[in-house]
Design a protein around this ligand. Structure first.
Ligand code: UD1
Ligand code: UDP
Length: 356
């Protein structure tokens, strides 16, 4: 089987790694990096740490408006698909790189498999929600992480080609957990004690581009009694400066550069709790049994909320402060997103797929 896999942003390197390491021994994978993420600490560090082979193609599109960025990716991906004529195009998650792959492949009538199909936040102001919906509607094989995701697809009339396989992000965490504990020195380097700090990540446009939301979040984090460590996504630095929050954030929080995956997993596992607006971090926190406080009003990982490990506080200072203080979190984790073997299931389904 010949596959073209399209990746471009940090979370996709992790997801593609989880599938690729089982795929590569028996199949030909052509890896396309759109170049959406290009800074070393958002891109190269993942390729190094996870031993992901160098991309066969790097489109180097970089940052731009959504339209121009996506257009440049579509143009580049189309050329590659015409050159490579793959049996299937493999797409991950919900970024502009995912959507570009979906548009390019569907226009050429190349079969598409979407990993993380059926996730819905029901917030159409999120660029990711548009990317997910559009990608699912042109995909031939839809790999859903949960029954809820399958139900979401059914609700939109998508029933053919849907397979509930679990979350490839869980596969990755299972691979990384022990390694991170063995190899990461981030706690020692930062003089952090396990269960004695809060980890924070902020990068959603809704939070970074709304001054009142970012101010409320920073104020609440600065006021937290715990140490708060924030590996800062590069998009968040400019608004912190623009809204006059940079000094206070640097005084009250421990702002560090984004870290590699193993360091991040180690930080997340050791944290007393995590405050985040990330998609991936919410369920990684659940896998690592770290209570999660989510700076959003809704989530596409609803099961983590329903079982009590994740609290949606939006940018409400009172709710965030209460969640930073409470000790009332669950003590056990149900099985929500598979058994950690989603990648193998995906490959078996791809191998046995007999659509023309
Ligand atoms: C993108 C995804 C988002 C995902 C996130 C993962 C879309 C629409 N957004 O958001 O779904 O959660 O990646 O981290 O696809 N920048 C750098 N270096 C880089 C890349 C970006 O400094 O390597 C800065 C630039 O200032 C850029 C900004 O970050 O303008 C935003 O980058 P972009 O790729 O547009 O979106 P993300 O916020 O990274
Ligand atoms: N991550 C990382 N280093 C960091 C922050 C996050 O390795 O400093 C990893 C995290 O473990 C997860 C992924 O990046 O696998 C999540 O990426 P992000 O939050 O940027 O994107 P989202 O999941 O919201 O699309």
């Amino acid at each position: 089987m010949k596959l073209v896999s399209v990746v471009g942003a940090r979370p996709q390197f992790v997801k593609a790694f989880a599938v690729s390491r089982h795929l590569r021994p028996d199949h030909e994978e052509i890896l396309v990096h759109t170049g959406q993420h290009y800074s070393d600490d958002l891109s190269a560090v993942f390729f190094d740490e996870l031993s992901i082979p160098d991309p066969d193609y790097n489109l180097g599109v970089g940052s731009d408006t959504h339209g121009r960025q996506t257009a440049a990716m579509i143009e580049g991906i189309e050329e590659i698909l015409l050159e490579e004529s793959p049996d299937i195009v493999l797409l991950y998650g919900d970024t502009n790189s995912t959507l570009a792959g979906a548009i390019a492949a569907s226009k050429l009538d190349d079969p598409i498999a979407h990993v993380e199909a059926g996730l819905r936040s029901h917030d159409r102001s999120m660029p990711e929600e548009i990317n997910r919906v559009l990608t699912d509607h042109v995909s031939d094989l839809l790999f859903a992480p949960s029954d809820l995701a399958k139900t979401m697809l059914e609700g939109e009339g998508i029933t053919d080609g849907v397979h509930v396989v679990g979350d490839v992000g869980y596969d990755a965490i299972r691979w990384a957990r022990e390694r991170a504990a063995d190899r990461s020195e981030i706690l020692e380097q930062s003089a952090l004690e396990e269960d004695n700090y809060v980890l924070g990540t902020i990068h959603r446009p809704k939070n970074t581009e709304t001054p009142s939301r970012l101010t409320t979040i920073i104020d609440a984090l600065v006021a937290a009694p715990q140490r708060v460590v924030v590996p800062l996504h590069p998009r968040t630095e400019a608004p912190l400066r623009e809204y006059g929050l940079w000094e206070a954030a640097n005084r009250g929080l421990e702002i560090i550069d984004p870290v590699g995956y193993l360091d991040f997993v180690h930080l997340l596992e050791g944290a007393e709790r995590v405050v985040t607006d990330s998609g991936g971090v919410q369920k990684e926190a659940f896998y690592l049994e770290t209570p999660c406080i989510t700076l959003r009003e809704e989530t596409e990982w609803q099961e983590t909320v329903d079982c009590g490990w994740n609290r949606l506080v939006g940018a409400d200072q009172e709710a965030l402060t209460a969640a930073l203080e409470t000790d009332s979190w669950p003590t056990s984790t149900p099985s929500l997103y598979g058994d950690g073997r989603a990648a193998e299931k995906i490959i078996t389904i791809l191998e046995n797929d007999d659509r023309d």
